[in-house]
Design a binder for this molecule. Structure first.
Ligand SMILES: Cc1cc2nc3c(=O)[nH]c(=O)nc-3n(C[C@H](O)[C@H](O)[C@H](O)COP(=O)(O)OP(=O)(O)OC[C@H]3O[C@@H](n4cnc5c(N)ncnc54)[C@H](O)[C@@H]3O)c2cc1C
Length: 431
């Protein structure tokens, strides 16, 4: 198309150079249509340039947005597309705990990198990152054993971890009950984000800072196919975009793109119940507060030598059955987020999880929370359900189609911690 346009321009210039006024008179129709063709071709060519990107990222949750951020940082021309008016899924429904200390394998390192990146951005632009650390409260000898073993692992890695006595804990977090808190492991370097703020500020930040990045909310991608050397992407408004590579960070949306592929992917969706107290600014419970059932659940503890011998005591059996572990996160307004539980459905039966809250699960969570803290946990202002996809045998689902379309989803319950670090490595592999 470009060559044709150049060729027509050349012909037109030559015609002009001939100064054949009689020719002009006789052939004014031909000249006019040539001018129109040249203008049209010019427009098509510039539209094509406008709609052609190095990378198109589908989905502006935390995983997609950090892919867009890193690609733009590498100087690539990027289009980030979000189907909703603004992200409304897992990325805004979570605790906002950034806890590499809870991650296993490579994901610990992605989390550490993630903290570095959150802090770097926060220094320039407020994306709601606060450094109040993370603490794991052990309530019995088994949990104490696991925090000691994790401390030894972290010491070897050079990752600061401090064991705290009951006295030190209740002094630092007076909202904790000394009857529950036998000992704790504290990571002072860890941070948290405000989930209902972080992604919106990050989207603002990348739009202000990268001229080479375009963000398009309220744009649903309904088709994505390899076409020659490029990928052709079509929106619900029938707009067409092209890219050298497309990265699909679709979170838990499996019906729009590649439904057949996802149907056989082995992905499982998890539904979590979450509660938020009324603002309690006087309650001292800063940072990411994780408790005994979390120690019995998180991957970093699963890698500890004693983990396989740890039995579930009877009083925790019902909680474990509903995938409950108790975490607290005090928000900036003084409200305290309390959660969570886990119910599962395979990717073909996600709708069966429903959207309502199971009151029995909330009661179990609040009773356990009340065993841990001394403020009245029944003063709940809001409750919601969050959903995330995961894979039982993979830490994340990565599917590559003809080395041009790259699906990255099912990061599970660790996306707020690890997306920034993971996305950097992921983009480096693709450029
Ligand atoms: C209740 C709860 C608590 C959690 N707590 C924590 C925590 O404390 N710490 C932590 O590290 N992690 C936590 N997580 C996990 C974390 O929230 C997720 O891992 C992370 O948000 C996943 O991000 P994502 O971008 O993959 O998915 P999403 O947030 O689901 O984003 C995907 C986006 O893609 C868009 N999309 C999908 N298809 C299309 C399409 N065809 N066209 C355009 N757009 C499309 C969707 O609209 C959506 O906005 C929690 C999760 C939940 C639910």
């Amino acid at each position: 198309m470009f060559l044709l346009s150049v060729n027509l321009r050349w012909q037109f210039n030559n015609l002009q150079a001939l100064h054949l006024s009689s020719f002009r008179e006789k052939n004014s129709c031909l000249i006019n249509s040539l001018i129109i063709s040249i203008n049209q071709l010019g427009k098509i060519t510039s539209d094509q340039m406008k709609n052609h990107f190095d990378f198109i990222i589908v989905g502006a949750g935390v995983l997609g947005t950090f892919h867009a951020y890193h690609a733009a940082k590498f100087g690539k021309k990027v289009l980030l597309v979000e189907k909703d008016q603004y992200p409304t899924q897992a990325t805004v429904r979570n605790f906002g705990q950034v806890v590499p200390s809870g991650m296993g394998g490579d994901w610990f390192h992605y989390g550490v990198k993630g903290i570095e990146q959150y802090n770097q951005i926060q220094q320039k632009f407020d994306i709601s990152i606060r450094n109040n650390g993370s603490v794991y409260i052990a309530s019995d000898p088994d949990e104490q054993q696991l925090i000691h073993e994790l401390k030894a692992v972290m010491d070897l890695r050079g990752y600061t971890a401090q064991l705290l006595t009951t006295h030190q804990c209740v002094e630092k977090w007076p909202a904790l009950k000394s009857s529950y808190c036998k000992e704790a492991l504290f990571f002072p370097q860890e941070v948290s984000a405000e989930p209902e703020k972080m992604i919106f500020r990050l989207l603002e930040y990348i739009q202000i800072n990268f001229q080479n990045l375009t963000y398009r909310p309220a744009t649903t991608i309904i088709d994505c196919v390899v076409s020659g050397n490029l990928v052709r992407v079509v929106s619900n408004q029938k707009e067409e975009f092209k890219a050298d590579k497309v990265i699909v960070c679709n979170g838990g949306e499996f019906k729009l793109l590649f439904p057949d592929l996802f149907r056989q992917s082995g992905i499982v969706t998890s539904k979590l119940q979450m509660l938020r107290s009324i603002p309690m600014p006087e309650t001292k419970l800063e940072g990411n507060v994780l408790t005994g059932l979390t120690i019995r659940r998180y991957e970093s503890f699963q890698e500890c030598p004693s983990y396989k011998n740890i039995k579930t005591p009877d009083h925790l059996a019902e909680l474990k059955k509903w995938g409950i572990h108790i975490l607290f996160k005090k928000a900036v307004d003084g409200s305290i987020i309390i959660g969570d539980s886990h119910e599962y459905a395979d990717v073909n039966h996600t709708d069966d999880l429903g959207f309502s809250q199971n009151e029995y699960i909330n009661r179990l969570m609040l009773d356990e929370a009340q065993r841990i803290v001394n403020f009245d946990v029944s003063q709940i202002a809001t409750a919601w359900s969050g959903f995330y996809p995961q894979h039982n045998e993979k830490d994340i689902v990565e599917i590559d189609i003809e080395d041009k379309i790259h699906i990255r989803t099912a990061i599970g319950g660790k996306g707020m911690t690890t997306s920034a670090g993971y996305a950097e490595v992921s983009i480096k592999k693709l450029i």
